[in-house]
Design a binder for this molecule. Structure first.
Ligand code: MEV
Length: 321
């Protein structure tokens, strides 16, 4: 018996940082997936093979899961297995292999996609009959076990797919758009350190009263974006991206690279553009009329960015044939 499940990566559209404090955000799943295979190994251990994170062979006794040495690249896999094994009283050894369409550098949420795909693969392998919500909750828990911080929006995108309105800790998850969005994506070439950026914003919030009003503006903007998706108004959705970017810049999470690429996209007639995710690097996104997609792409590239060929609104976690 061998089971492979996959989950998509994500791009944040509106509401990053504020979402950590219970505000809503809108996120889309991308057509770049992580695949996880679970099969027997005949021993009372887990064996993990993750060449995409430079780990060819890793062993751990079931009784030692989450204890002793926990390599950074293995922490998400190990904590997810620990959570599922504890919840369902499992003891059987398994072999887990992971592979990814995308680099962990892009900020597409590889850890969230790995835990989501692994939870689904374990569900099918052991016939645990978990619902989508169960998979989301256990995968989000494993992320919190490892990172200590995070809103879980990336896990929700990996589990549910599509383009969703999300409120931490997952009580509200609603689809706002079906299918691909008229969007161009650029990568800065710089890896963002999400937990550090979350802590920086937390410190700003503790020390500066005005941060609350920035978060209030972000909440309004996300709720407005939700209604604009219903109206298919991408011109106004673009303007909201610009507004969201300005607010993120006041939180000090943009960067020179991001600013240049965002300007490049806007000069090339994008409806609007912003950073996507924690900031400091990773990717930026631009909404555009399809007839200007090529110009926007070129604007981003001439500003020093790397064009990412991705489609949005991808399917959530699924069994791979
Ligand atoms: C990171 O991609 C987005 C943040 O809002 C963190 C989170 O929601 O977990 C900064």
């Amino acid at each position: 018996m061998k089971v492979t499940a996959s989950a998509p990566g994500k791009l944040m559209l509106y509401g990053e940082h504020a979402v950590v404090y219970g505000s809503p955000c809108i996120v889309t799943a991308v057509d770049q997936r992580v695949r996880v295979t679970v099969e027997p190994n005949g021993e009372g251990e887990i064996h993990v093979c993750s060449p995409n994170v430079g780990l060819d062979e890793y062993h751990k006794k079931i009784s030692k899961l989450g204890k002793d040495d926990l390599p950074k690249s293995m922490a998400f896999v190990e904590m997810l297995v620990k959570r599922v094994y504890e919840k369902f009283g499992l003891k059987t050894g398994i072999r887990i292999s992971t592979e990814s369409d995308f680099s962990t550098q892009f900020g597409f949420g590889s850890s969230a996609a790995v835990v989501a795909a692994l939870a689904k693969a374990l569900d099918l392998y052991f016939d645990l009959k978990m619902t989508q919500k169960d998979i989301f909750q256990i995968a989000y828990q494993a992320v919190l076990d490892v990172q200590g911080v995070g809103s879980g929006f990336d896990v929700a995108a990996s589990v549910y797919g599509g383009t969703i309105y999300y409120v931490t800790p997952g009580d509200i998850i609603e689809s706002v758009w079906e299918g691909n969005l008229p969007m161009v994506v650029g990568y800065t070439g710089v890896k963002a350190d999400t937990p550090t950026l979350i802590r920086q914003v937390a410190e700003l919030k503790r020390n500066e009263g005005w941060v609350e009003s920035v978060f209030a503006d972000i909440i309004n903007l996300v709720n407005k974006a939700k209604t604009l998706f219903e109206k298919k108004d991408f011109v106004q959705l673009g303007k909201l991206m610009n507004k969201n970017q300005k607010l993120l810049a006041t939180l000090n999470v943009s960067s020179v690279e991001l600013d240049k690429m965002i300007k490049g996209a806007k000069d090339a007639k994008a409806y609007g553009a912003k950073l996507s995710g924690a900031g400091g690097g990773d990717c930026m996104i631009a909404l555009t009329d399809k007839k200007y997609s090529k110009e926007v792409m070129e604007g981003i590239v001439s500003a020093g960015g790397i064009w990412m060929n991705v489609k949005t609104g991808a399917e959530g976690v699924r069994l791979e044939k």
